[in-house]
Design a protein around this ligand. Sequence first.
Ligand SMILES: NC(=O)c1ccc[n+]([C@@H]2O[C@H](COP(=O)([O-])OP(=O)(O)OC[C@H]3O[C@@H](n4cnc5c(N)ncnc54)[C@H](O)[C@@H]3O)[C@@H](O)[C@H]2O)c1
Length: 324
Amino acid sequence: MSKPLELAAGSCSGVRSASGKSRHVRLQRPSEPIGRILQLDSQQGLDDVLTKLHEIPGWCVSEGGLYREVHMVQRVLITAGGSGIGKEVAKAFASSGARVCVCDIDARALDTAASEIPGLHTVVCDVSKRADIERMVSAAVEALGGLDVLVNNAGIAGPTAPVEEADPEQWEEVMTVNVMGTFHVTRLAIPHLKKSPAGSIVVMSSLGGRFGYPNRSAYCTSKMGLIGFAKTLSRELGADGIRVNAIAPGAVAGERIERVLQGRADAERKTLEEVRSDAMRIQSLKRFVDPREIAALILLITSEAGKSISGQVLPIDNDAQTAS
Ligand SMILES: NC(=O)c1ccc[n+]([C@@H]2O[C@H](COP(=O)([O-])OP(=O)(O)OC[C@H]3O[C@@H](n4cnc5c(N)ncnc54)[C@H](O)[C@@H]3O)[C@@H](O)[C@H]2O)c1
C-alpha cells in the first residue's frame, strides 16, 4: 500500500521512477529545489499516485526513459500583455511551461507577442469595455481549458496635472481602465478560478498606490483602490483556496516611465534630467526595476512557494521611501 497522497491546492508534483522500479515519489514544483519525498511500498503505489494526479484538472503526466514526471500546467490569463510588463510576465510563465493567454487593446502588439512567445493565445480586448471583457474572458478560458492564475496588469498612467486643473474625462478614463477593468475581468474569472486546484489572482498596483504622487491624483487613487480590492478579495476567496495579492512596482525601465517622466518635467517645468534625478533621490538603490524582475515576483507568488502569501501588497521598488 502506498502512503496516502495529500495534494494541497497549488502543489505541483514530479514523479520519478527508475525503470519503473523506484519506490520514491517526489512532489515538487519546477521552482522548488527540493520537493517532498514520499516512500512507496510497491509499484502499485506509484500507479495509484499517477492515477490520482491524472484525475485533477490542470495536471499532466509526461513519461521519459528512466522516469516519469507529473507537473501542474498553470493556465494563466494576463491583461494588457501585448507589450511592456505584461509581455514579460507572459514570457516568464510560458518559459515555465504554463499555458498563457494575453489580451490587449493593440492587435498589432498581440501579433508581435504571439510571434515571440511559442504557444501564446491572444485576444483583442479593451478593458474599458464590458462587452469586450465578457467576450475575452470566455475566449481565454476556452483556449486555456480553465484558469489557475489571473494577472490584472492593465493600467493607464492618466493625466499629470493638479486636481483643480485635471480633465474630468481623463480622470474617469483612468478609473474605467484601472479599477473597473480589473473588477470586471476578476468577477468573470472567479467562477473559473474556483475550479482550479491552485487559484491565484495578482492585482497590479504601484508605488503610487502606497504614497500619493503630486499631480497624479487619478493614477494614485486608482492604484490605492486596487489595493483595497485585493485585500477584500483575499478574504472573500480564501475559503476557496484562491490567493489574492497586489504588487506595487516603483519606476520600471521602459517606454512608459520615459513618458511619465516627460509629463512630470512638463508639469513641474523641470528638465528631464532633473526629474530623473528626483526619481532616484527617493530610492536607496539607484536603478529602475527591470520588468523581468516583476515577472519573476509574480511567478513566485503564484507558485507553490507562495502558497502562504495572500492579502499582501508586495513592493518591488528599489527601496523607495515615498513617491517623487
Ligand atoms: N511602467 C512602470 O513604471 C510601472 C510602475 C508601477 C506600476 N505599473 C503598472 O504596471 C502595469 C503595466 O505597465 P506598463 O508599463 O507595461 O504599461 P504600458 O503603458 O507599457 O502598456 C502595456 C499595454 O497595455 C495596453 N493597454 C492600454 N490600454 C488598454 C486597454 N484599455 N485595454 C487593454 N489593453 C490596454 C497597451 O496596448 C500595452 O500593450 C500598469 O497597470 C501600470 O500602472 C507600471
